[in-house]
Design a protein around this ligand. Structure first.
Ligand code: KG4
Ligand code: ZN
Length: 339
């Protein structure tokens, strides 16, 4: 038997079926099967997502084991996403994980998906720098936008969050208005690179404290584009890059403002980002720029660990394994699972 245990992570909370193997905090394999089927629907269709997970789960797990160069009997534990997410999607990964842990007679470890996003910062990767406790993490995905005070691996407090749409939704809905495919975040990011972020101005929400709101911005973009399109039907086509750059800048401005406020109020200078929207080049650049003024230390995840993946679930699983924090197979999946 190897000195360090192998742990399998399984993620199926939304529209990506993913499996990864970790050993001694290092990722040995990280396999993801995305689901193109949702592109033309402008969002994830839950029933189609669970069907695709059913088809993908066995090949994805087999491939993760193969790429790690191990057989199932060498696994010491199985970690899986218990929630939050779409119930039908979660059930595929959790049922598979539970069955495998029973068949192999190894412990089962449940993981909170949002904690997983944050804990991806602790993956050992060529001597990468890791945050020390406490730090703040801006967790931005298609379903969540939260400022989390991370006191310890499994001691996290939400100190600010969106009162309506998530930042990823703001990107996706703005993209839909402009006729872009789902998910639009990566496309807006791509077009924005050649656009002028100062060309169009959208009003920013006025929300108290450290909370966010994105639904007003979405409506503002919708009305603005509808108006301009009445005058010129080619408006979006002719201005796509500038629209993308301006929308992206507005979303990132909103995100950064509250994150900096949270840092000041809590007197915390270590800032991290996590979740799908942390793949965005503008937010990555703005954080890197902060690092240069030396007041802050910033932690930006490797691109592969930003959008949904199982490496982050395996990492959280590894940390729980070390604490002997195991789960029962009777524990149900939870669609709304607080961090
Ligand atoms: O974390 P994630 O993969 O899934 C959820 O748990 O929701 O996040 C997906 C979200 C989508 O809204 C997608 O548009 C957004 O992350 N996203 C981006 C970028 N890449 C993914 N948003 C802006 N810029 C990107 N480069
Ligand atoms: Zn996610």
């Amino acid at each position: 038997m190897s000195a360090f245990p192998y742990i399998l992570g399984i993620e199926s909370s939304c529209d990506d079926t993913a499996a990864a193997v970790i050993q001694n905090h290092k990722i040995l394999s990280n396999v993801i099967a995305g689901q193109k089927i949702h592109q033309s629907y402008g969002g994830v269709v839950p029933e189609l997502a669970s069907r695709a997970h059913q088809q993908n789960i066995v090949p994805v797990v087999s491939e993760a084991l193969k790429q790690a160069g191990i057989n199932p009997k060498q696994l010491s534990a199985i970690a899986y996403t218990r929630g939050p997410g779409l119930m039908g999607s979660l059930l595929v990964g959790s049922s598979f994980a539970k069955s495998l842990s029973m068949a192999l007679n190894v412990p089962l470890i449940e993981v909170n998906h949002m904690q997983g996003h944050i804990l991806a910062h602790f993956i050992e990767d060529a001597g990468n720098k890791k945050p020390r406790f406490p730090f703040l993490c801006l967790t931005v995905s298609g379903g969540h936008t939260q400022i989390v005070k991370v006191n310890n691996y499994f001691d996290m407090e939400i100190i600010g969050e969106t009162i309506d749409d998530a930042a990823g939704e703001a990107f996706d809905k703005a993209g839909k208005i402009m006729g872009l495919d789902y998910p639009s975040g990566p496309l807006i990011d791509k077009f924005a690179k050649e656009g002028n972020p100062e060309k169009f101005h959208f009003s920013k929400p006025k929300v108290d404290g450290l909370n966010y709101s994105f639904s007003g911005l979405k409506t503002g973009i919708l009305y603005f584009i509808q108006n301009e399109t009445k005058k010129n039907p080619e408006f979006v086509k002719e201005n796509l890059k500038d629209l993308c750059a301006s929308i992206q800048k507005t979303i990132v401005d909103i995100l950064m403002e509250k994150l900096l406020k949270a840092a000041e109020q809590n007197n915390i200078s270590q800032l991290a980002i996590a979740g799908g929207v942390s793949a965005n080049s503008e937010i990555r650049n703005r954080l890197k720029a902060l690092q240069e003024n030396e007041k802050f230390e910033v932690f930006i995840p490797k691109f592969t660990y930003t959008t949904d993946n199982a490496a982050m679930i395996a990492m959280a699983g590894q940390l729980k394994f070390e604490l002997r924090n195991f789960s029962e197979i009777t524990e149900p999946t939870i669609a709304k699972y607080p961090i």
